[in-house]
Design a protein around this ligand. Structure first.
Ligand code: PMV
Length: 324
Protein backbone atom coordinates (compact mmCIF):
# COMPACT_ATOMS: atom_id res chain seq x y z
CA UNK A 1 0.00 0.00 0.00
CA UNK A 2 1.43 3.36 -0.99
CA UNK A 3 -0.65 6.02 0.67
CA UNK A 4 -3.71 6.34 2.88
CA UNK A 5 -6.00 9.35 3.26
CA UNK A 6 -8.30 9.95 6.22
CA UNK A 7 -10.42 12.86 7.28
CA UNK A 8 -12.23 13.55 10.54
CA UNK A 9 -14.75 16.25 11.47
CA UNK A 10 -14.55 18.99 14.05
CA UNK A 11 -17.23 19.33 16.74
CA UNK A 12 -19.50 21.63 18.71
CA UNK A 13 -20.88 20.91 22.15
CA UNK A 14 -24.64 21.36 22.37
CA UNK A 15 -25.16 20.53 26.06
CA UNK A 16 -23.19 19.38 29.08
CA UNK A 17 -19.76 21.03 28.92
CA UNK A 18 -17.64 20.78 32.09
CA UNK A 19 -20.08 18.36 33.78
CA UNK A 20 -18.94 15.76 31.21
CA UNK A 21 -15.43 15.89 32.71
CA UNK A 22 -17.05 14.58 35.93
CA UNK A 23 -18.78 11.59 34.34
CA UNK A 24 -22.05 13.33 33.50
CA UNK A 25 -23.33 12.98 29.91
CA UNK A 26 -23.07 15.61 27.18
CA UNK A 27 -24.46 16.06 23.67
CA UNK A 28 -21.97 16.87 20.92
CA UNK A 29 -22.43 17.27 17.19
CA UNK A 30 -19.85 16.82 14.42
CA UNK A 31 -19.35 19.81 12.08
CA UNK A 32 -18.76 19.56 8.36
CA UNK A 33 -15.29 21.15 8.59
CA UNK A 34 -12.68 18.43 8.57
CA UNK A 35 -9.00 17.75 9.16
CA UNK A 36 -7.38 15.69 6.38
CA UNK A 37 -4.41 13.42 6.93
CA UNK A 38 -2.27 11.59 4.39
CA UNK A 39 -0.04 8.78 5.70
CA UNK A 40 2.64 6.77 3.91
CA UNK A 41 5.78 4.80 4.77
CA UNK A 42 9.02 6.73 4.42
CA UNK A 43 11.59 3.92 4.44
CA UNK A 44 13.33 5.36 7.50
CA UNK A 45 13.03 4.83 11.22
CA UNK A 46 11.54 8.21 11.80
CA UNK A 47 8.30 10.11 11.90
CA UNK A 48 8.13 12.98 9.41
CA UNK A 49 5.28 15.50 9.72
CA UNK A 50 4.24 18.27 7.37
CA UNK A 51 1.44 20.63 8.32
CA UNK A 52 2.04 23.55 5.95
CA UNK A 53 -0.95 25.58 7.22
CA UNK A 54 0.62 25.49 10.68
CA UNK A 55 4.06 26.39 9.36
CA UNK A 56 5.44 22.87 9.86
CA UNK A 57 7.49 21.40 7.00
CA UNK A 58 9.26 18.06 7.32
CA UNK A 59 9.44 17.96 11.10
CA UNK A 60 11.48 14.85 11.91
CA UNK A 61 11.75 12.67 14.99
CA UNK A 62 13.41 9.23 15.34
CA UNK A 63 10.80 6.58 16.20
CA UNK A 64 12.77 5.65 19.33
CA UNK A 65 12.82 9.29 20.46
CA UNK A 66 9.14 10.12 20.02
CA UNK A 67 7.90 12.55 22.72
CA UNK A 68 11.31 12.46 24.42
CA UNK A 69 11.95 16.16 23.88
CA UNK A 70 9.95 19.36 23.80
CA UNK A 71 7.59 19.20 20.80
CA UNK A 72 6.21 22.08 18.77
CA UNK A 73 2.53 22.48 19.74
CA UNK A 74 1.41 21.98 16.13
CA UNK A 75 2.73 18.40 15.97
CA UNK A 76 2.37 17.32 19.60
CA UNK A 77 -0.93 15.42 19.20
CA UNK A 78 0.34 13.60 16.11
CA UNK A 79 3.63 12.70 17.79
CA UNK A 80 1.89 11.43 20.93
CA UNK A 81 -0.55 9.38 18.86
CA UNK A 82 2.18 7.83 16.70
CA UNK A 83 4.16 6.96 19.83
CA UNK A 84 1.11 5.28 21.44
CA UNK A 85 0.37 3.46 18.18
CA UNK A 86 3.95 2.16 17.78
CA UNK A 87 4.11 1.15 21.45
CA UNK A 88 0.90 -0.84 21.18
CA UNK A 89 1.92 -2.65 18.01
CA UNK A 90 5.71 -2.74 18.31
CA UNK A 91 6.37 -0.99 14.97
CA UNK A 92 9.51 0.92 14.13
CA UNK A 93 8.99 1.41 10.40
CA UNK A 94 8.75 5.16 10.02
CA UNK A 95 5.95 7.06 8.37
CA UNK A 96 5.20 10.34 6.75
CA UNK A 97 2.15 12.30 7.94
CA UNK A 98 0.80 15.31 6.06
CA UNK A 99 -2.15 17.32 7.35
CA UNK A 100 -4.55 19.90 5.95
CA UNK A 101 -7.45 21.52 7.74
CA UNK A 102 -10.73 23.03 6.51
CA UNK A 103 -10.77 25.35 9.53
CA UNK A 104 -8.51 27.44 11.71
CA UNK A 105 -7.62 26.02 15.12
CA UNK A 106 -8.76 29.28 16.71
CA UNK A 107 -12.52 28.59 16.34
CA UNK A 108 -12.66 25.83 18.95
CA UNK A 109 -13.93 23.22 16.48
CA UNK A 110 -11.48 20.65 17.83
CA UNK A 111 -8.65 20.52 15.31
CA UNK A 112 -6.43 18.58 17.76
CA UNK A 113 -8.97 15.82 18.30
CA UNK A 114 -9.81 15.64 14.60
CA UNK A 115 -6.13 15.37 13.60
CA UNK A 116 -5.55 12.70 16.27
CA UNK A 117 -8.48 10.58 15.05
CA UNK A 118 -7.64 11.03 11.36
CA UNK A 119 -3.99 10.09 11.99
CA UNK A 120 -4.91 7.02 14.04
CA UNK A 121 -7.38 5.85 11.40
CA UNK A 122 -4.88 6.41 8.57
CA UNK A 123 -2.12 4.54 10.44
CA UNK A 124 -4.42 1.60 11.21
CA UNK A 125 -5.14 1.25 7.49
CA UNK A 126 -1.52 1.79 6.46
CA UNK A 127 -0.26 -0.88 8.89
CA UNK A 128 -3.27 -3.10 8.10
CA UNK A 129 -4.68 -3.34 11.61
CA UNK A 130 -8.37 -3.90 12.20
CA UNK A 131 -9.48 -1.56 14.90
CA UNK A 132 -12.95 -1.22 16.38
CA UNK A 133 -14.01 2.40 16.87
CA UNK A 134 -13.73 1.91 20.64
CA UNK A 135 -10.13 0.63 20.31
CA UNK A 136 -9.27 3.63 18.16
CA UNK A 137 -10.96 5.90 20.69
CA UNK A 138 -8.93 4.42 23.59
CA UNK A 139 -5.67 4.91 21.71
CA UNK A 140 -6.52 8.50 20.75
CA UNK A 141 -7.75 9.33 24.25
CA UNK A 142 -4.46 8.21 25.79
CA UNK A 143 -2.52 10.36 23.30
CA UNK A 144 -4.70 13.42 24.00
CA UNK A 145 -4.28 12.99 27.76
CA UNK A 146 -0.49 12.66 27.25
CA UNK A 147 -0.53 16.17 25.82
CA UNK A 148 -3.44 17.95 27.51
CA UNK A 149 -3.60 16.16 30.83
CA UNK A 150 -7.35 16.80 31.12
CA UNK A 151 -10.48 16.26 29.05
CA UNK A 152 -13.49 14.00 28.64
CA UNK A 153 -12.73 12.81 25.09
CA UNK A 154 -16.11 14.05 23.77
CA UNK A 155 -14.35 15.71 20.83
CA UNK A 156 -12.64 12.44 19.84
CA UNK A 157 -16.01 10.68 19.92
CA UNK A 158 -17.50 13.27 17.57
CA UNK A 159 -14.54 12.88 15.20
CA UNK A 160 -14.83 9.08 15.26
CA UNK A 161 -18.55 8.39 15.25
CA UNK A 162 -19.83 11.63 13.71
CA UNK A 163 -23.49 12.65 13.82
CA UNK A 164 -24.94 14.04 17.03
CA UNK A 165 -23.99 11.98 20.06
CA UNK A 166 -25.02 11.49 23.65
CA UNK A 167 -21.64 10.82 25.25
CA UNK A 168 -20.18 9.78 28.60
CA UNK A 169 -16.46 10.25 29.38
CA UNK A 170 -14.08 7.57 28.12
CA UNK A 171 -16.75 6.55 25.56
CA UNK A 172 -18.50 4.57 28.32
CA UNK A 173 -21.64 5.47 26.40
CA UNK A 174 -21.85 6.69 22.83
CA UNK A 175 -25.38 6.94 21.53
CA UNK A 176 -26.26 8.54 18.19
CA UNK A 177 -29.35 10.73 18.24
CA UNK A 178 -31.86 10.02 15.51
CA UNK A 179 -31.95 13.36 13.73
CA UNK A 180 -31.18 14.63 10.25
CA UNK A 181 -30.32 18.27 10.92
CA UNK A 182 -30.17 20.93 13.62
CA UNK A 183 -31.42 24.49 13.01
CA UNK A 184 -28.47 26.10 14.76
CA UNK A 185 -26.58 29.30 14.01
CA UNK A 186 -22.91 29.21 14.99
CA UNK A 187 -21.08 32.42 15.82
CA UNK A 188 -17.41 32.86 16.73
CA UNK A 189 -16.98 35.30 19.60
CA UNK A 190 -13.61 36.53 18.36
CA UNK A 191 -11.72 35.19 21.36
CA UNK A 192 -9.82 31.89 21.47
CA UNK A 193 -10.68 29.82 24.56
CA UNK A 194 -8.00 28.09 26.60
CA UNK A 195 -9.80 24.84 27.40
CA UNK A 196 -7.30 23.13 29.76
CA UNK A 197 -7.03 26.31 31.86
CA UNK A 198 -10.82 26.59 32.13
CA UNK A 199 -11.15 22.91 33.06
CA UNK A 200 -8.56 23.42 35.81
CA UNK A 201 -10.32 26.60 36.95
CA UNK A 202 -13.60 24.67 37.36
CA UNK A 203 -11.73 21.87 39.19
CA UNK A 204 -10.39 24.45 41.63
CA UNK A 205 -13.85 25.98 42.06
CA UNK A 206 -15.20 22.46 42.73
CA UNK A 207 -12.48 21.77 45.29
CA UNK A 208 -13.46 24.92 47.18
CA UNK A 209 -17.26 24.56 46.78
CA UNK A 210 -17.96 20.86 46.20
CA UNK A 211 -21.64 21.05 47.17
CA UNK A 212 -22.43 23.99 44.93
CA UNK A 213 -20.56 22.65 41.92
CA UNK A 214 -21.89 19.11 42.25
CA UNK A 215 -25.35 20.59 42.34
CA UNK A 216 -24.68 22.57 39.14
CA UNK A 217 -23.41 19.37 37.48
CA UNK A 218 -26.55 17.47 38.54
CA UNK A 219 -28.71 20.18 37.01
CA UNK A 220 -26.65 20.11 33.81
CA UNK A 221 -27.13 16.34 33.69
CA UNK A 222 -30.92 16.79 33.87
CA UNK A 223 -30.74 19.28 30.99
CA UNK A 224 -28.72 16.83 28.87
CA UNK A 225 -31.17 13.99 29.50
CA UNK A 226 -34.12 16.23 28.66
CA UNK A 227 -32.24 17.76 25.70
CA UNK A 228 -31.68 14.33 24.18
CA UNK A 229 -35.44 13.65 24.17
CA UNK A 230 -36.47 17.08 22.92
CA UNK A 231 -33.88 17.11 20.12
CA UNK A 232 -35.16 13.77 18.85
CA UNK A 233 -38.74 15.09 19.07
CA UNK A 234 -37.58 18.26 17.24
CA UNK A 235 -39.32 20.35 19.88
CA UNK A 236 -37.08 23.32 19.20
CA UNK A 237 -38.89 25.62 21.60
CA UNK A 238 -38.08 23.25 24.47
CA UNK A 239 -34.52 22.67 23.23
CA UNK A 240 -34.02 26.46 23.15
CA UNK A 241 -35.31 26.84 26.71
CA UNK A 242 -32.90 24.10 27.84
CA UNK A 243 -30.01 25.89 26.13
CA UNK A 244 -30.75 29.02 28.12
CA UNK A 245 -30.95 27.02 31.33
CA UNK A 246 -27.60 25.40 30.54
CA UNK A 247 -26.15 28.83 29.78
CA UNK A 248 -27.27 30.07 33.21
CA UNK A 249 -25.49 27.17 34.89
CA UNK A 250 -22.31 27.85 32.90
CA UNK A 251 -22.51 31.44 34.11
CA UNK A 252 -22.70 30.10 37.68
CA UNK A 253 -19.65 27.95 36.95
CA UNK A 254 -17.77 31.14 36.09
CA UNK A 255 -16.90 30.30 32.47
CA UNK A 256 -19.20 32.75 30.71
CA UNK A 257 -17.87 36.06 29.37
CA UNK A 258 -19.46 39.44 28.70
CA UNK A 259 -18.90 38.98 24.98
CA UNK A 260 -20.59 35.55 24.92
CA UNK A 261 -23.46 36.83 27.06
CA UNK A 262 -23.98 39.76 24.70
CA UNK A 263 -24.26 37.34 21.77
CA UNK A 264 -26.68 35.09 23.68
CA UNK A 265 -28.90 38.04 24.64
CA UNK A 266 -28.86 39.41 21.10
CA UNK A 267 -29.80 36.03 19.63
CA UNK A 268 -32.77 35.67 21.98
CA UNK A 269 -33.96 39.25 21.56
CA UNK A 270 -33.97 38.79 17.76
CA UNK A 271 -36.10 35.67 17.91
CA UNK A 272 -33.91 32.64 18.65
CA UNK A 273 -35.54 29.92 20.78
CA UNK A 274 -32.42 29.79 22.89
CA UNK A 275 -28.65 30.22 22.82
CA UNK A 276 -25.58 29.33 24.81
CA UNK A 277 -21.82 29.22 24.72
CA UNK A 278 -20.37 26.04 23.28
CA UNK A 279 -17.32 24.37 24.82
CA UNK A 280 -15.18 25.38 27.74
CA UNK A 281 -16.31 29.03 27.76
CA UNK A 282 -14.02 32.03 28.00
CA UNK A 283 -14.50 32.54 24.23
CA UNK A 284 -14.81 30.36 21.10
CA UNK A 285 -18.32 29.93 19.73
CA UNK A 286 -21.87 30.73 20.73
CA UNK A 287 -24.71 28.67 19.30
CA UNK A 288 -28.29 29.84 18.80
CA UNK A 289 -31.28 27.74 17.88
CA UNK A 290 -33.81 29.46 15.63
CA UNK A 291 -36.49 28.95 12.99
CA UNK A 292 -35.24 28.76 9.41
CA UNK A 293 -37.23 31.89 8.62
CA UNK A 294 -35.47 33.84 11.42
CA UNK A 295 -31.96 32.62 10.63
CA UNK A 296 -30.74 35.50 8.43
CA UNK A 297 -32.17 38.13 10.80
CA UNK A 298 -30.51 36.50 13.83
CA UNK A 299 -27.19 36.12 11.98
CA UNK A 300 -27.19 39.78 10.91
CA UNK A 301 -28.00 40.95 14.43
CA UNK A 302 -25.15 38.84 15.82
CA UNK A 303 -22.70 40.25 13.28
CA UNK A 304 -23.79 43.75 14.30
CA UNK A 305 -22.62 43.08 17.85
CA UNK A 306 -19.23 41.74 16.76
CA UNK A 307 -19.91 38.02 16.19
CA UNK A 308 -18.51 36.16 13.19
CA UNK A 309 -21.13 33.87 11.66
CA UNK A 310 -19.64 30.47 10.83
CA UNK A 311 -21.37 28.75 7.93
CA UNK A 312 -21.01 25.20 9.18
CA UNK A 313 -23.23 22.18 8.71
CA UNK A 314 -23.87 20.06 11.81
CA UNK A 315 -24.55 16.35 12.35
CA UNK A 316 -21.68 15.60 9.93
CA UNK A 317 -20.11 12.26 9.06
CA UNK A 318 -17.44 10.75 11.33
CA UNK A 319 -13.94 9.73 10.24
CA UNK A 320 -13.53 8.28 6.74
CA UNK A 321 -10.46 6.64 5.26
CA UNK A 322 -9.33 5.32 1.89
CA UNK A 323 -6.24 3.94 0.13
CA UNK A 324 -4.87 5.98 -2.78
O1 PMV B 1 -13.45 24.05 24.58
P1 PMV B 1 -13.93 22.80 23.92
O2 PMV B 1 -14.83 23.08 22.75
O3 PMV B 1 -12.82 21.87 23.58
O4 PMV B 1 -14.86 22.07 24.97
C1 PMV B 1 -14.40 21.70 26.25
C2 PMV B 1 -15.46 20.95 26.99
C3 PMV B 1 -15.11 20.59 28.42
O5 PMV B 1 -16.21 19.86 28.95
C4 PMV B 1 -14.96 21.85 29.24
C5 PMV B 1 -13.83 19.78 28.54
C6 PMV B 1 -13.96 18.35 28.06
O6 PMV B 1 -12.94 17.78 27.68
O7 PMV B 1 -15.05 17.78 28.10
Amino acid sequence: MKKVKASAPGKLLLFGEHAVVYDKPCIVTAVDRRVHVEASFNGKEELIVSAPQMGVLDYKRKVKELCSQEMPKQVSFIEALVKRFYQKYGFDKGCFIRTKSDFSHTFGFGSSSAVTVATATALAKLYKINFSKKELFDLCYKAVLDIQGVGSGFDLAAALWGGTIYYIKGAKEVFKLKIKSLPIVVVYSGVKADTPTLVRQVAEFKRKNPKKINNIFKNIEKIVEQGKLEIEKKDWEKVGALMLENQGLLEELGVNTLRLEKLVKKAVSTGAYGAKLSGAGGGDCMIALCKKSDKIRVEKALENVGGKVMKVGLNAKGVVCKKI
